[in-house]
Design a protein around this ligand. Sequence first.
Ligand code: TYM
Length: 345
Amino acid sequence: MPVFKERVFSGVQPTGNLHLGNYLGAIVKFVALQEKYDCLYCVVDMHAITVWQDPAELKRTTREVTAAYIASGIDPKKNIIFNQSQVAEHAELAWVLNCVARLGWLNRMTQFKEKAGKDRENVSVGLFAYPNLMAADILAYRATHVPVGEDQKQHLELARDIAQKFNNDYAESIRANGFGETFFPLPEPLISGPATRVMSLRDGTKKMSKSDSSDYSRINLTDDADTIAQKFRKAKTDPHPLPSGVKELESRPEAENLVGIYAALSGKTAADVLKDFGGAQFSRFKEALTELSVEKLGPVGAEMKRIVQDAAYIDSVLKDGSARARAIASETMKAVKDIVGFVRV
Ligand code: TYM
């Protein structure tokens, strides 16, 4: 396996409100990785339209996610922040990968099955092909590391399979064009820490999600202190005090979730949190959790609201980021055309 330049890529869909799951499962990791890697953070507007989006709302949420990236501490000068639709190579490469990925592979995607539900015949083709576009997002930059929440693991495995199949199918041409043994790296998922799967506050067995009809199921990044307090107060729990060991959390999904959130926000392990709160009633723990959440999320939400007012600034960030992203992706795409056998004139 050749050594590829280390590069981080990840994305967030501009659909609905960003919540604590997106923040702890993904964005906090994005911020940490910028210290060590060259990073590209994308607002994946083309993924968003796999389900119908109101056009004015899509523009608003695209700018809002961009603002959230910046407000959380991602430096747009040091990293590349851009929106997917502005770099045509994503769609271009996705087509080639549509022809590499197998129907059977996509048929196994659990997220598609969940999203399509019983209405399979009626969802967009885009929703089905979505994981191929996601692979293209990553591979257009030959990215080596991809920070995501647990729910994206299967898509990442598919991206690796697609990269591998492309490398195999075109091995001879890759060599003949001077790219050595393999063209695409197999991107490594980065899924770690206590909040890789933040659960709904109403049901500890369901993922916290933008699409849940109850706003009480999630903490939004823009929620104010009172709303955060109210949501945690109403959060589902069981009748027992918190245990003193992590093992006993296994059969208590709501307790496990709240402890995981506390751990992620405080930078501690769940075991350490239980050292402090083992034996405590939920009422006391929820108060501490509210205080910590307001302390950590308050400034991000406030900064987000401030930045979002300045659409011209946000657009300038996206424009600059798109140009820098395009410079990398167009090189990859040229190479892919040569490898596949498209005549470049
Ligand atoms: P999206 O927009 O659904 O979510 C953005 C990120 O947030 C993570 N996440 C969570 N983490 C923990 N707990 C939760 N409850 C939770 N909910 C969401 C997601 O895992 C994700 O990391 N397909 C992707 C976007 C995408 C992408 C990519 C990611 C498109 N192209 C290329 C990485 C690389 C998605 O829909 O994420």
